[in-house]
Design a protein around this ligand. Sequence first.
Ligand code: ZN
Length: 192
Amino acid sequence: MHFDQRPEDRDGFRFRGGCNAIDLPATLQARLTPSPRELLNTSGDLARWLVSAGMASSAPKTTGEDLTTARVLREAIYVLAGRRGESEAAAARKSLNRIAAGAAAVPRLQADGTMRLEGTAGALLVTLAREAVHLFGGDAAKLIRQCQSPTCTLYFLDISRRGDRRWCSMAACGNNAKVNEFRRRSRQIDTP
Ligand SMILES: [Zn+2]
C-alpha cells in the first residue's frame, strides 16, 4: 500500500524510495562518478530537506553540527542498505545506533487528525535514525532494492504486489531504460 500522493522530486530533492530513511542517501547524487554532487551543503539545505520530507512544517532550527550528523547518518544508511562487508557495516551500525540514541522529536496528534513532529533538526535526525533502525531491523529490510540503472545508486522499498520493481522511479530511470532498449532494438533492425 502506498498512500503518498506527493511528487517524488520535491524542492530539488528526490523522494523515490518509499520512506524518508531510505531517501536520505539520495542527497548525494552521482555517487559513482569522480565528482558526486552534494545536495546538503549548508544547514539551510538540511532544513529544506526536512521540510520536503514532511518531517517539519516550516524550516526547523538547524546547526552545522546537525549537518554533519545528517551526512554521517546518510552514509550509514547507504552502507546498510547495500548490505556491504561486515567491517563497513559494523561502523555504519555504530554510527546509526549512536544517532538513534539521542533525544528524538516529539510526535503530536493535531486537531485535524494529522501528526506533527516537534523538535529541532537535531531531534528530527534522531527520529529519522530510529526510522532507519526499525527499517533495517524489521521485516521491511527484505524489501530494500537498488535501482537497476547502471548510473543510479538509489535504494527503494519494493512494495509492488509482485515484488518485481526495478527502478527508483518509473518516470526517470524506468523511462530511460525503456528508451535505451528501444534504441538498441532499432539499431539491430537497421543493421543488415
Ligand atoms: Zn534510479
